[in-house]
Ligand binder design. Sequence first.
Ligand SMILES: [Zn+2]
Ligand SMILES: [Zn+2]
Length: 188
Amino acid sequence: MISSTYPSWVTAESLQKDDTAEHQAALNKLIIEVRAKLDTGIGQKILQEAWSSVTRHFFEGEPIFAAALLLRAGAKISPGDLKHLRKLAEKIEPPSVKNMNVGLCGPGRAQFMAALDSYKHGIPRNFCEPSCFCCGKTEVDTGRPPFSCKSCKDKGLEGWYCDRACQKKDWQQHKKTCGKPTGVTKAF
Ligand SMILES: [Zn+2]
Ligand SMILES: [Zn+2]
């Protein structure tokens, strides 16, 4: 028996086979349903609540996580919010015990910025796709799959780049975590 929070057409079997065409179809249907709900004004409320929590809890990550939900569904985000989200993500400090912003700097930040750049209402953004550690773009943005940093690939780790220029530009950052399993590669 699976959780009643899933729509009836999501079966225990379809959840297990997460890379099948059947699962993809179920997921796409779910995303459309979630988007329709968010676009009734709920999405806007979630984001507003998250903005107010930045001052209440001093945690800047909350609007970013709320926006990631909206981006994942391709739900409505106002031009003003897109602008503010970009400013917020730009100034987030590296992770520390205090701010808990693990994943919201480096590759995670680039991934989020690229999602904001390519935002179109009705087009869901898949944060599971490999994204360039430097510019955050995915195959959807560039038209070709990113390649992996060799040292990371040899160790079964992630280190994605859309081209050599991005790899070169990011090296000063990436060399700190290259080949190390502790490196944060994604925000979501
Ligand atoms: Zn790139
Ligand atoms: Zn590497």
